[in-house]
Design a protein. Structure first.
Length: 90
């Protein structure tokens, strides 16, 4: 799990997202990102935390697959939300 910065300035811009396995519901990791980051940044954080770079990862929120270039704010992700991870072999 990523460390939360010690400084209090700008914390309102950061959110913690739980990433769960889409089939089992198991929490795989929690990642700490900025609301104005794009989905691709979230995907990179998930890859770093899980070490599963041999798989294609699809992130799903509210029943829709998230596109890498969309911002987390546009998607509607807020602090504490859950994103589901679908893994497929490359």
């Amino acid at each position: 799990v990523q460390d939360v910065p010690n400084d209090q300035e700008g914390l309102e811009e950061h959110i913690t997202i739980a990433v769960c396995h889409a089939v089992t519901g198991e929490i795989l990791t929690r990642v700490w990102v900025r609301r104005d980051d794009i989905v691709g940044t979230l995907r990179e954080a998930v890859l770093r935390e899980t070490g599963q770079d041999e798989l294609a990862l699809h992130l799903v929120f509210e029943s829709r697959v998230l596109e890498d270039e969309t911002s987390l704010a546009e998607v509607g992700l807020r602090d504490g939300d859950v994103v589901f991870l679908v893994r497929t072999p490359l």
